[in-house]
Design a protein around this ligand. Structure first.
Ligand SMILES: [Zn+2]
Length: 455
Protein backbone atom coordinates (compact mmCIF):
# COMPACT_ATOMS: atom_id res chain seq x y z
CA UNK A 1 0.00 0.00 0.00
CA UNK A 2 1.19 3.50 -0.74
CA UNK A 3 1.23 5.06 2.72
CA UNK A 4 1.32 8.57 1.25
CA UNK A 5 -2.14 8.29 -0.23
CA UNK A 6 -4.73 10.29 1.65
CA UNK A 7 -6.80 7.65 3.43
CA UNK A 8 -10.59 7.82 3.29
CA UNK A 9 -10.57 9.11 6.83
CA UNK A 10 -8.22 12.07 7.27
CA UNK A 11 -5.44 11.28 9.75
CA UNK A 12 -4.46 14.74 10.86
CA UNK A 13 -5.18 18.46 10.33
CA UNK A 14 -3.10 18.43 7.12
CA UNK A 15 -5.39 15.80 5.56
CA UNK A 16 -8.48 17.79 6.52
CA UNK A 17 -6.88 20.88 5.01
CA UNK A 18 -6.06 19.06 1.76
CA UNK A 19 -9.73 18.24 1.30
CA UNK A 20 -10.73 21.85 1.92
CA UNK A 21 -8.04 23.14 -0.43
CA UNK A 22 -9.00 20.75 -3.21
CA UNK A 23 -12.61 21.96 -3.12
CA UNK A 24 -12.00 25.68 -2.53
CA UNK A 25 -10.97 26.33 -6.11
CA UNK A 26 -12.09 29.98 -6.35
CA UNK A 27 -13.02 32.61 -3.74
CA UNK A 28 -16.70 31.71 -4.32
CA UNK A 29 -15.96 28.06 -3.57
CA UNK A 30 -13.74 28.94 -0.60
CA UNK A 31 -16.67 30.79 0.96
CA UNK A 32 -19.01 27.82 0.32
CA UNK A 33 -16.50 25.37 1.84
CA UNK A 34 -16.24 27.62 4.91
CA UNK A 35 -20.03 27.76 5.10
CA UNK A 36 -20.29 23.96 4.97
CA UNK A 37 -17.89 23.58 7.87
CA UNK A 38 -19.53 26.37 9.88
CA UNK A 39 -23.01 24.89 9.40
CA UNK A 40 -21.75 21.46 10.53
CA UNK A 41 -20.43 23.16 13.67
CA UNK A 42 -23.80 24.75 14.45
CA UNK A 43 -23.25 28.21 12.93
CA UNK A 44 -26.15 29.82 11.10
CA UNK A 45 -26.16 32.43 8.38
CA UNK A 46 -27.52 35.92 8.92
CA UNK A 47 -28.23 38.05 5.87
CA UNK A 48 -26.17 41.24 5.89
CA UNK A 49 -29.17 42.93 4.32
CA UNK A 50 -31.17 42.42 7.50
CA UNK A 51 -30.68 43.59 11.09
CA UNK A 52 -27.86 41.74 12.83
CA UNK A 53 -29.76 40.64 15.92
CA UNK A 54 -27.22 38.92 18.15
CA UNK A 55 -27.33 37.29 21.56
CA UNK A 56 -24.70 35.81 23.82
CA UNK A 57 -23.43 32.47 22.55
CA UNK A 58 -24.79 32.94 19.02
CA UNK A 59 -22.64 31.31 16.35
CA UNK A 60 -23.22 33.13 13.09
CA UNK A 61 -21.72 34.12 9.79
CA UNK A 62 -22.44 36.68 7.12
CA UNK A 63 -21.46 36.55 3.46
CA UNK A 64 -20.93 39.70 1.44
CA UNK A 65 -23.46 39.90 -1.42
CA UNK A 66 -20.61 39.27 -3.88
CA UNK A 67 -20.18 35.76 -2.40
CA UNK A 68 -16.41 36.05 -2.02
CA UNK A 69 -15.94 37.43 1.50
CA UNK A 70 -17.22 35.79 4.69
CA UNK A 71 -17.22 36.89 8.32
CA UNK A 72 -17.95 34.28 11.02
CA UNK A 73 -18.43 35.23 14.66
CA UNK A 74 -19.27 33.83 18.07
CA UNK A 75 -21.00 36.36 20.29
CA UNK A 76 -19.42 36.73 23.73
CA UNK A 77 -21.27 37.38 26.97
CA UNK A 78 -19.70 40.84 27.40
CA UNK A 79 -20.27 43.79 25.10
CA UNK A 80 -17.52 44.22 22.51
CA UNK A 81 -17.39 47.83 23.70
CA UNK A 82 -15.88 46.41 26.91
CA UNK A 83 -13.79 43.54 25.52
CA UNK A 84 -12.99 44.37 21.90
CA UNK A 85 -13.04 41.61 19.30
CA UNK A 86 -10.60 38.75 18.84
CA UNK A 87 -10.25 38.81 15.08
CA UNK A 88 -8.45 36.45 12.69
CA UNK A 89 -8.13 37.70 9.11
CA UNK A 90 -7.04 35.95 5.92
CA UNK A 91 -7.88 36.06 2.22
CA UNK A 92 -9.91 33.86 -0.08
CA UNK A 93 -8.36 34.82 -3.42
CA UNK A 94 -5.12 33.54 -4.92
CA UNK A 95 -3.25 34.64 -8.03
CA UNK A 96 -4.83 32.94 -11.01
CA UNK A 97 -6.00 33.23 -14.62
CA UNK A 98 -9.53 34.37 -15.34
CA UNK A 99 -11.47 34.60 -18.60
CA UNK A 100 -11.68 37.88 -20.49
CA UNK A 101 -15.12 39.34 -21.19
CA UNK A 102 -15.06 37.99 -24.76
CA UNK A 103 -12.91 34.94 -24.14
CA UNK A 104 -13.32 32.94 -27.31
CA UNK A 105 -10.81 33.01 -30.16
CA UNK A 106 -9.48 30.65 -32.81
CA UNK A 107 -5.88 30.22 -33.85
CA UNK A 108 -3.84 27.56 -35.61
CA UNK A 109 -6.61 25.00 -35.75
CA UNK A 110 -7.60 25.44 -32.12
CA UNK A 111 -10.35 27.13 -30.15
CA UNK A 112 -8.86 29.13 -27.30
CA UNK A 113 -10.00 30.82 -24.12
CA UNK A 114 -8.25 34.15 -23.64
CA UNK A 115 -7.25 34.97 -20.11
CA UNK A 116 -6.40 37.87 -17.85
CA UNK A 117 -4.19 37.79 -14.80
CA UNK A 118 -5.36 38.16 -11.21
CA UNK A 119 -2.42 39.12 -9.00
CA UNK A 120 1.25 38.32 -9.32
CA UNK A 121 1.13 34.72 -10.47
CA UNK A 122 4.14 32.66 -11.55
CA UNK A 123 3.26 32.32 -15.21
CA UNK A 124 5.30 29.26 -16.07
CA UNK A 125 3.54 27.26 -13.39
CA UNK A 126 0.35 27.43 -15.51
CA UNK A 127 1.90 25.79 -18.58
CA UNK A 128 1.52 22.19 -19.69
CA UNK A 129 -1.04 21.01 -17.18
CA UNK A 130 -4.70 20.09 -17.41
CA UNK A 131 -6.94 22.99 -16.44
CA UNK A 132 -10.60 23.10 -15.49
CA UNK A 133 -13.08 25.96 -15.18
CA UNK A 134 -14.85 27.26 -12.09
CA UNK A 135 -16.46 30.40 -10.73
CA UNK A 136 -19.88 32.01 -10.95
CA UNK A 137 -22.23 32.80 -13.80
CA UNK A 138 -24.99 35.39 -13.68
CA UNK A 139 -28.36 35.44 -15.41
CA UNK A 140 -30.84 38.30 -15.72
CA UNK A 141 -34.40 37.21 -14.98
CA UNK A 142 -36.60 37.68 -18.05
CA UNK A 143 -40.30 37.67 -18.74
CA UNK A 144 -42.03 35.43 -21.30
CA UNK A 145 -41.09 37.87 -24.06
CA UNK A 146 -37.43 37.78 -23.05
CA UNK A 147 -37.35 41.29 -21.58
CA UNK A 148 -35.34 41.85 -18.39
CA UNK A 149 -37.36 41.95 -15.18
CA UNK A 150 -36.69 44.87 -12.81
CA UNK A 151 -37.44 44.97 -9.11
CA UNK A 152 -40.24 47.53 -8.70
CA UNK A 153 -38.91 48.73 -5.32
CA UNK A 154 -35.27 49.45 -6.08
CA UNK A 155 -35.45 49.58 -9.87
CA UNK A 156 -32.61 47.07 -10.24
CA UNK A 157 -32.65 44.16 -12.70
CA UNK A 158 -33.23 40.80 -11.01
CA UNK A 159 -30.04 38.77 -11.34
CA UNK A 160 -29.28 35.25 -10.14
CA UNK A 161 -25.85 33.77 -9.51
CA UNK A 162 -24.97 30.12 -10.10
CA UNK A 163 -21.83 28.56 -8.71
CA UNK A 164 -19.97 26.60 -11.38
CA UNK A 165 -17.30 23.96 -11.14
CA UNK A 166 -16.47 21.83 -14.15
CA UNK A 167 -14.28 19.30 -12.40
CA UNK A 168 -12.65 17.79 -15.48
CA UNK A 169 -9.66 18.64 -17.66
CA UNK A 170 -11.00 21.13 -20.20
CA UNK A 171 -8.04 23.20 -21.34
CA UNK A 172 -4.27 23.43 -21.53
CA UNK A 173 -1.75 26.21 -22.06
CA UNK A 174 1.01 24.46 -24.00
CA UNK A 175 4.57 25.65 -23.60
CA UNK A 176 6.79 26.16 -26.68
CA UNK A 177 9.31 23.43 -27.50
CA UNK A 178 12.86 24.24 -26.57
CA UNK A 179 13.86 23.46 -30.16
CA UNK A 180 11.88 26.54 -31.24
CA UNK A 181 13.35 28.82 -28.58
CA UNK A 182 16.84 27.76 -27.56
CA UNK A 183 17.13 30.64 -25.07
CA UNK A 184 14.02 29.85 -23.11
CA UNK A 185 15.83 28.37 -20.11
CA UNK A 186 17.93 31.52 -19.78
CA UNK A 187 15.42 34.16 -20.77
CA UNK A 188 12.01 32.57 -21.17
CA UNK A 189 9.66 35.55 -21.13
CA UNK A 190 6.01 34.51 -20.99
CA UNK A 191 3.95 37.30 -22.55
CA UNK A 192 0.70 37.71 -20.62
CA UNK A 193 -1.25 38.95 -23.64
CA UNK A 194 -0.27 36.27 -26.13
CA UNK A 195 1.21 33.27 -24.32
CA UNK A 196 -1.31 32.46 -21.56
CA UNK A 197 -4.34 31.64 -23.68
CA UNK A 198 -5.69 28.17 -23.12
CA UNK A 199 -6.47 25.66 -25.85
CA UNK A 200 -10.01 24.53 -25.27
CA UNK A 201 -10.76 22.39 -28.34
CA UNK A 202 -9.31 21.46 -31.70
CA UNK A 203 -10.80 22.74 -34.93
CA UNK A 204 -11.87 26.17 -36.01
CA UNK A 205 -15.55 26.07 -35.03
CA UNK A 206 -16.04 27.84 -31.71
CA UNK A 207 -19.76 27.09 -31.84
CA UNK A 208 -19.16 23.36 -31.48
CA UNK A 209 -16.88 23.97 -28.49
CA UNK A 210 -19.40 26.28 -26.92
CA UNK A 211 -22.18 23.74 -27.39
CA UNK A 212 -20.06 21.20 -25.54
CA UNK A 213 -19.45 23.72 -22.77
CA UNK A 214 -23.18 24.55 -22.56
CA UNK A 215 -23.90 20.88 -22.04
CA UNK A 216 -21.45 20.65 -19.18
CA UNK A 217 -22.69 23.87 -17.59
CA UNK A 218 -26.27 22.68 -17.86
CA UNK A 219 -27.35 26.00 -19.36
CA UNK A 220 -27.13 27.58 -22.79
CA UNK A 221 -24.26 30.04 -22.97
CA UNK A 222 -26.43 32.64 -24.67
CA UNK A 223 -28.48 32.77 -21.47
CA UNK A 224 -25.47 33.79 -19.40
CA UNK A 225 -25.37 37.55 -18.99
CA UNK A 226 -22.20 37.79 -16.94
CA UNK A 227 -19.52 35.55 -15.48
CA UNK A 228 -16.49 35.39 -13.21
CA UNK A 229 -14.79 32.24 -14.49
CA UNK A 230 -11.36 31.09 -13.38
CA UNK A 231 -9.01 28.55 -14.88
CA UNK A 232 -8.20 26.01 -12.18
CA UNK A 233 -5.31 23.55 -12.12
CA UNK A 234 -6.96 20.16 -12.44
CA UNK A 235 -4.91 18.42 -9.80
CA UNK A 236 -5.72 17.66 -6.18
CA UNK A 237 -3.26 18.89 -3.56
CA UNK A 238 -1.28 16.04 -2.04
CA UNK A 239 1.19 14.96 0.64
CA UNK A 240 4.76 14.81 -0.64
CA UNK A 241 8.01 13.45 0.82
CA UNK A 242 8.90 9.95 2.02
CA UNK A 243 7.72 11.13 5.41
CA UNK A 244 4.60 12.80 3.98
CA UNK A 245 5.70 16.00 5.69
CA UNK A 246 4.96 18.42 2.84
CA UNK A 247 1.74 19.51 1.14
CA UNK A 248 2.02 20.51 -2.51
CA UNK A 249 -0.88 22.26 -4.18
CA UNK A 250 -2.24 25.56 -5.41
CA UNK A 251 -3.67 28.35 -3.22
CA UNK A 252 -1.91 27.71 0.12
CA UNK A 253 -1.63 31.50 -0.10
CA UNK A 254 -3.95 32.14 1.53
CA UNK A 255 -6.38 29.25 1.99
CA UNK A 256 -4.04 27.67 4.55
CA UNK A 257 -4.65 30.64 6.83
CA UNK A 258 -8.37 30.66 6.04
CA UNK A 259 -8.61 26.98 7.01
CA UNK A 260 -6.50 27.45 10.15
CA UNK A 261 -8.53 30.45 11.35
CA UNK A 262 -11.81 28.73 10.58
CA UNK A 263 -10.82 25.50 12.32
CA UNK A 264 -9.37 27.38 15.30
CA UNK A 265 -12.63 29.33 15.68
CA UNK A 266 -14.79 26.20 15.45
CA UNK A 267 -12.62 24.24 17.88
CA UNK A 268 -12.45 27.13 20.37
CA UNK A 269 -16.22 27.42 20.26
CA UNK A 270 -16.60 23.73 20.94
CA UNK A 271 -14.18 24.02 23.88
CA UNK A 272 -15.99 27.00 25.39
CA UNK A 273 -19.51 27.66 24.11
CA UNK A 274 -19.92 30.73 26.35
CA UNK A 275 -16.88 32.97 25.93
CA UNK A 276 -16.89 36.50 27.35
CA UNK A 277 -15.27 38.09 24.29
CA UNK A 278 -16.66 38.00 20.75
CA UNK A 279 -14.50 36.02 18.32
CA UNK A 280 -14.44 36.86 14.62
CA UNK A 281 -12.90 35.24 11.57
CA UNK A 282 -12.90 37.44 8.45
CA UNK A 283 -11.94 36.03 5.08
CA UNK A 284 -11.56 38.66 2.37
CA UNK A 285 -11.47 38.56 -1.39
CA UNK A 286 -9.09 40.59 -3.56
CA UNK A 287 -5.97 40.71 -1.37
CA UNK A 288 -3.82 39.77 -4.34
CA UNK A 289 -4.87 42.91 -6.20
CA UNK A 290 -4.67 45.40 -3.33
CA UNK A 291 -7.99 44.80 -1.50
CA UNK A 292 -9.76 47.84 -2.97
CA UNK A 293 -13.11 46.24 -3.81
CA UNK A 294 -16.57 46.36 -2.24
CA UNK A 295 -15.71 43.42 0.02
CA UNK A 296 -11.91 43.60 0.28
CA UNK A 297 -9.90 44.48 3.37
CA UNK A 298 -9.89 48.17 2.35
CA UNK A 299 -13.69 48.23 2.16
CA UNK A 300 -15.99 49.24 5.01
CA UNK A 301 -17.49 45.73 5.18
CA UNK A 302 -15.63 44.36 8.20
CA UNK A 303 -15.83 47.60 10.16
CA UNK A 304 -19.56 47.87 9.44
CA UNK A 305 -20.26 44.30 10.54
CA UNK A 306 -18.22 44.71 13.74
CA UNK A 307 -19.98 47.95 14.66
CA UNK A 308 -23.36 46.35 13.98
CA UNK A 309 -22.48 43.44 16.31
CA UNK A 310 -21.29 45.89 18.96
CA UNK A 311 -24.40 48.07 18.62
CA UNK A 312 -26.84 45.15 18.82
CA UNK A 313 -25.09 43.25 21.62
CA UNK A 314 -27.51 42.93 24.58
CA UNK A 315 -24.93 44.28 27.04
CA UNK A 316 -24.14 47.39 25.01
CA UNK A 317 -25.87 50.19 26.84
CA UNK A 318 -23.37 52.98 26.98
CA UNK A 319 -20.09 54.06 25.48
CA UNK A 320 -18.98 54.76 21.94
CA UNK A 321 -19.12 51.74 19.67
CA UNK A 322 -15.70 52.57 18.26
CA UNK A 323 -14.19 51.50 21.58
CA UNK A 324 -14.93 47.95 20.44
CA UNK A 325 -12.51 48.42 17.55
CA UNK A 326 -9.78 50.12 19.55
CA UNK A 327 -9.83 47.35 22.15
CA UNK A 328 -9.65 44.62 19.49
CA UNK A 329 -6.70 42.50 18.52
CA UNK A 330 -6.24 41.31 14.94
CA UNK A 331 -4.19 38.32 13.83
CA UNK A 332 -3.63 38.81 10.12
CA UNK A 333 -2.79 35.41 8.68
CA UNK A 334 -0.98 35.21 5.38
CA UNK A 335 1.74 32.90 4.21
CA UNK A 336 5.47 33.50 4.79
CA UNK A 337 8.52 32.76 2.65
CA UNK A 338 10.45 29.77 4.01
CA UNK A 339 14.20 29.57 3.47
CA UNK A 340 14.58 27.83 0.11
CA UNK A 341 17.22 25.08 0.01
CA UNK A 342 18.23 26.00 -3.55
CA UNK A 343 18.18 29.77 -2.95
CA UNK A 344 19.52 30.35 0.55
CA UNK A 345 20.84 33.80 -0.41
CA UNK A 346 17.31 35.20 -0.68
CA UNK A 347 16.83 35.44 3.09
CA UNK A 348 18.40 37.39 5.91
CA UNK A 349 20.20 34.62 7.79
CA UNK A 350 18.66 35.72 11.10
CA UNK A 351 15.16 35.71 9.66
CA UNK A 352 14.96 32.55 7.60
CA UNK A 353 11.94 30.47 8.66
CA UNK A 354 12.05 26.72 8.03
CA UNK A 355 9.17 24.54 6.92
CA UNK A 356 7.60 22.45 9.70
CA UNK A 357 9.37 24.44 12.39
CA UNK A 358 6.58 26.73 13.49
CA UNK A 359 4.46 29.80 12.93
CA UNK A 360 6.16 32.89 11.50
CA UNK A 361 5.81 36.44 12.84
CA UNK A 362 6.41 38.88 9.96
CA UNK A 363 7.68 42.42 10.49
CA UNK A 364 8.59 45.33 8.24
CA UNK A 365 9.32 48.82 9.54
CA UNK A 366 8.04 50.40 6.33
CA UNK A 367 4.68 49.07 7.54
CA UNK A 368 4.21 46.52 4.76
CA UNK A 369 3.32 44.31 7.74
CA UNK A 370 1.40 45.61 10.75
CA UNK A 371 3.47 43.83 13.43
CA UNK A 372 5.01 46.04 16.12
CA UNK A 373 6.81 45.10 19.33
CA UNK A 374 3.66 44.90 21.44
CA UNK A 375 1.73 42.78 18.96
CA UNK A 376 4.70 40.44 18.43
CA UNK A 377 4.82 39.95 22.19
CA UNK A 378 1.07 39.32 22.24
CA UNK A 379 1.32 36.61 19.61
CA UNK A 380 4.38 35.01 21.24
CA UNK A 381 2.32 34.66 24.41
CA UNK A 382 -0.45 32.94 22.44
CA UNK A 383 2.01 30.52 20.84
CA UNK A 384 3.71 29.82 24.18
CA UNK A 385 0.34 28.97 25.70
CA UNK A 386 -0.40 26.72 22.70
CA UNK A 387 3.05 25.03 22.76
CA UNK A 388 3.64 26.23 19.22
CA UNK A 389 7.16 27.23 18.11
CA UNK A 390 7.60 30.71 16.67
CA UNK A 391 9.90 31.85 13.89
CA UNK A 392 10.62 35.34 12.56
CA UNK A 393 10.66 36.84 9.09
CA UNK A 394 12.14 40.19 8.12
CA UNK A 395 12.97 40.54 4.45
CA UNK A 396 16.47 41.35 3.22
CA UNK A 397 16.91 45.10 3.29
CA UNK A 398 18.28 45.07 -0.25
CA UNK A 399 15.11 43.44 -1.57
CA UNK A 400 11.46 44.49 -1.74
CA UNK A 401 8.82 43.16 0.61
CA UNK A 402 5.30 41.88 -0.01
CA UNK A 403 2.34 43.05 1.99
CA UNK A 404 -1.02 41.70 3.14
CA UNK A 405 -4.33 42.57 4.76
CA UNK A 406 -2.83 43.33 8.19
CA UNK A 407 -1.88 46.97 7.55
CA UNK A 408 -5.23 47.55 5.82
CA UNK A 409 -7.47 46.18 8.57
CA UNK A 410 -5.26 47.91 11.15
CA UNK A 411 -5.90 51.20 9.37
CA UNK A 412 -9.64 50.51 8.96
CA UNK A 413 -10.18 49.53 12.60
CA UNK A 414 -7.37 51.35 14.46
CA UNK A 415 -6.82 47.95 16.11
CA UNK A 416 -3.57 46.38 17.27
CA UNK A 417 -2.48 43.86 14.67
CA UNK A 418 0.15 41.19 14.16
CA UNK A 419 1.05 39.72 10.78
CA UNK A 420 1.80 36.03 10.89
CA UNK A 421 1.89 33.06 8.52
CA UNK A 422 3.03 29.53 7.84
CA UNK A 423 6.33 29.09 5.99
CA UNK A 424 6.13 27.98 2.38
CA UNK A 425 8.05 27.72 -0.89
CA UNK A 426 7.01 28.84 -4.34
CA UNK A 427 4.46 31.46 -3.30
CA UNK A 428 2.08 32.26 -6.21
CA UNK A 429 2.95 29.08 -8.12
CA UNK A 430 0.23 26.57 -8.98
CA UNK A 431 2.29 24.09 -6.98
CA UNK A 432 3.09 25.80 -3.70
CA UNK A 433 4.69 23.79 -0.88
CA UNK A 434 3.99 24.07 2.84
CA UNK A 435 4.51 21.83 5.84
CA UNK A 436 1.94 19.38 7.23
CA UNK A 437 3.09 19.94 10.81
CA UNK A 438 2.84 23.71 10.38
CA UNK A 439 -0.86 23.37 9.61
CA UNK A 440 -1.41 21.64 12.96
CA UNK A 441 0.56 24.36 14.73
CA UNK A 442 -1.26 27.25 13.09
CA UNK A 443 -4.62 25.73 14.03
CA UNK A 444 -3.42 25.25 17.62
CA UNK A 445 -2.33 28.90 17.78
CA UNK A 446 -5.66 30.10 16.32
CA UNK A 447 -7.59 28.01 18.82
CA UNK A 448 -5.71 29.39 21.81
CA UNK A 449 -6.00 32.93 20.40
CA UNK A 450 -9.80 32.62 20.29
CA UNK A 451 -9.78 31.01 23.75
CA UNK A 452 -7.98 34.05 25.15
CA UNK A 453 -4.97 32.00 26.20
CA UNK A 454 -6.86 28.98 27.58
CA UNK A 455 -5.95 25.62 26.03
ZN1 LIG B 1 -1.48 36.08 0.54
Amino acid sequence: MNTLQIPDEPRDPADHYIRFLGDAVTPFHAVVECENRLKSAGFSQISVLETLNVAQGDKCYVVHPDGKTLIAFVVGSRSPVKTGFALWGAHTDSPDLRLRLNPLTTEAGTVQLTTQLHGGLIRRSWLDRPLSLAGSVFQVARDASGHPIFNPIDGQPVISRTLVRLDEPLAVIPDLAIHLDRKKNDEGEINAQTMLNAVFACGDDPDEAMKALSLRLGMPLDQIDGFDLHLVVHQRPQRVGVDGSLIVGPRHDDLAMVFAGLTGLIEATTDDPAPSRTSVAAFFDAEETGSTTSSGAQSSFLRDVLLRIARNHPETTAGDLEQSLLRSFVVSGDMAHALHPNHTDKHDSQHAPLINQGVVIKANTNDRYATVGETAAFFRAICEAANVPVQAFVGRQDMGCGTTIGPLTAAQLSARTVDIGAPMWGMHSTGETMGAQDMAWIIAAARVFFRGGAK
